[in-house]
Design a protein around this ligand. Structure first.
Ligand SMILES: [Zn+2]
Length: 280
């Protein structure tokens, strides 16, 4: 099957509905414009967690605002069919930024908008004392937040590409190894690894793939194939190919229970294209 892409063109303006009477903040923190442009805050929700409920402006789905829930909804064409390409890109950009501007080293992954920027330089704590202490031929210079984040992202890539469980981020022997190299470095928790950092990494890869696809214009070929995995799920993968270029993965869908008809396969391909920010 060969279908040609429709090029992206300039992103359409994001549907910016006039804000509701509620202020664009949760618990006094200012919300990123992505949330206000794509979601409407619902008032008077008395749920246990005391977090805010939001309604998607594109499809009407109601969601609790925590971690990357709202952004993930917008990026996924299987969850939100109607989000425009610009909104999907904005959601990915937000998830990527969250991991680069936040404190990262081993903290919890609780949602936290507009985290205050502390000093870029690591603290020079107890400098005087250190001078007088026995150096043992080794001084550990604390890493900046950006350096620590970059290191944790690299560790995350190792976990992903070695097919290791995120649990291994908390393995005692890994901690001992890191401690040997750099005692002040704190490995991110498995939760941070599997939420905040993984989301950011996914968004980075996604935005990169979209950029590649856009640069191809109409010259790529859509490839779709299905197979059964070990759990006997019927999976359909959609990719884009071009001679001499690495294949771009556009999506993988579980069509278990659907007939493998040309119609459902076509729908799966359309959903993948939508997830990649393409307009039909
Ligand atoms: Zn939606």
């Amino acid at each position: 099957m060969a279908i040609y892409f429709i090029t992206h063109g300039p992103p359409p303006p994001v549907d910016s509905k006039p804000p509701t009477s509620l202020p664009a903040t949760t618990m006094g923190r200012k919300l990123d414009p992505f949330y206000t442009n794509n979601f409407t805050r619902l008032k008077d929700v008395h749920n246990k967690s005391k977090r805010n409920m939001f309604k998607c402006n594109h499809c009407g789905t109601e969601l609790e605002h925590r971690e990357n829930r709202l952004a993930q909804h917008t990026t996924d064409a299987t969850k939100c069919e109607k989000a425009p390409p610009a909104a999907r890109t904005a959601a990915h950009t937000l998830m990527l930024q969250k991991a680069t501007t936040k404190r990262t080293a081993g903290d919890s992954s609780d949602e936290d908008e507009g985290a205050e920027d502390e000093d870029e330089q690591p603290q020079k704590k107890k400098q005087k004392k250190q001078k007088q202490a026995v150096l043992d031929g080794f001084v550990d210079h604390p890493m900046t937040k950006d350096q620590a984040k970059a290191a944790n992202v690299k560790l995350l890539r190792y976990l992903i590409h070695s097919n290791s469980a995120f649990l291994n981020a908390e393995n005692l022997f890994l901690a001992e190894f890191v401690n040997e190299l750099r005692p002040s470095f704190k490995i991110s928790s498995r939760t941070t690894m599997s939420t905040l950092l993984l989301d950011a990494e996914h968004s980075r890869v996604h935005l990169d793939a979209v950029k590649t696809l856009t640069s191809w214009g109409r010259s790529g070929t859509l490839l779709i194939d299905g197979w059964d995995d070990e759990l006997h799920r019927s999976l359909y993968g959609t990719t884009a190919g071009k001679v001499g270029e690495p294949t771009v993965v556009m999506g993988l869908q579980d069509l278990t229970g659907h007939r493998g008809s040309s119609k459902s396969i076509f729908e799966a391909a359309k959903t993948s294209a939508s997830t990649m920010g393409m307009r039909g």
